[in-house]
Design a protein. Structure first.
Length: 195
C-alpha cells in the first residue's frame, strides 16, 4: 500500500468537507511538506491520466477530492434523471433539517439525525437542492449548507416562510393519534373479558 493510495483513500472518505495538511500529516505520519508534495503528485497523476475523472482542489487550507470539470454536464444529467431514483428517506430527512435549520454543518445534521449524513448531503448537492452557504469560523472551517433557488422552485416556495410550520404539524399529528393508545387497547380488552 503506497502513501499516495493512502492519501487518496483519506481524501475519498472525508468527502466534500475536505481535510487539512496538519490532519493528513498526523494520519499519514509524515511532515506537511511531504504530504503537500504527495498531493501535487497525486493530482498530477489524475491530470495526466485520461481514464481518471478525479481532481484535487485546494479550498482554503483544505484539500477536497472532486471530479474534473468536464464531467459536470454528465453528473448534472444524472442528478436530474428520473432514473436516478427518488430521494431516499435519509436524504429527505437531511433536506428537511437543512431547510429548517440553515445554515448548518454536516456535523450538526449528523447530531440531529443520530447517524452519518455525508452520502445524503452529497446526493442533495448533486441534485442542486442544497449548496455551500459559507464556512464556520475556527478549526476545520466546516461547510455551512443551505437550500438553493432550485429547491424553492421544486417545492413551489416563494420564501422560506412558506415552509409548513413545525408546531402546527406536530399539533395536527397529536390530534390524529389516540392520546393513550395502550390504555385504549387495555380498556377494550377488559370490556371483552380478556384481562
Amino acid at each position: 500500500m503506497s502513501k499516495l493510495s493512502e492519501l487518496e483513500a483519506v481524501l475519498f472518505v472525508v468527502g466534500d468537507e475536505g481535510i487539512g495538511l496538519e490532519e493528513l500529516s498526523y494520519l499519514l505520519e509524515n511532515p506537511t511538506a511531504q504530504i503537500y508534495q504527495w498531493i501535487q503528485e497525486l493530482n498530477q497523476k489524475y491530470q495526466e491520466t485520461a481514464a481518471s475523472s478525479l481532481n484535487i482542489l485546494e479550498v482554503g487550507n483544505h484539500f477536497v477530492l472532486t471530479t474534473k470539470k468536464e464531467f459536470a454536464p454528465l453528473l448534472k444529467k444524472y442528478a436530474q434523471s428520473p432514473m436516478s431514483g427518488r430521494l431516499s428517506q435519509a436524504a429527505l430527512e437531511t433536506l428537511a433539517i437543512i431547510a429548517y435549520k440553515q445554515p448548518i454543518t454536516r456535523m450538526e445534521i449528523d447530531e440531529i439525525r443520530g447517524v452519518q449524513s455525508a452520502g445524503s448531503v452529497q446526493k442533495l448537492a448533486a441534485r442542486q437542492l442544497i449548496e455551500e452557504k459559507g464556512r464556520v469560523e475556527g478549526p476545520g472551517r466546516a461547510i455551512l449548507y443551505g437550500t438553493t433557488n432550485y429547491f424553492m422552485d421544486y417545492f413551489g416556495l416563494k420564501t422560506m416562510e412558506d415552509l409548513p410550520d413545525i408546531q402546527s404539524m406536530e399539533d395536527d399529528l397529536a390530534e390524529e393519534l389516540p392520546t393513550d393508545l395502550f390504555f385504549d387497547r387495555y380498556q377494550e380488552a377488559v370490556e371483552e373479558g380478556e384481562e
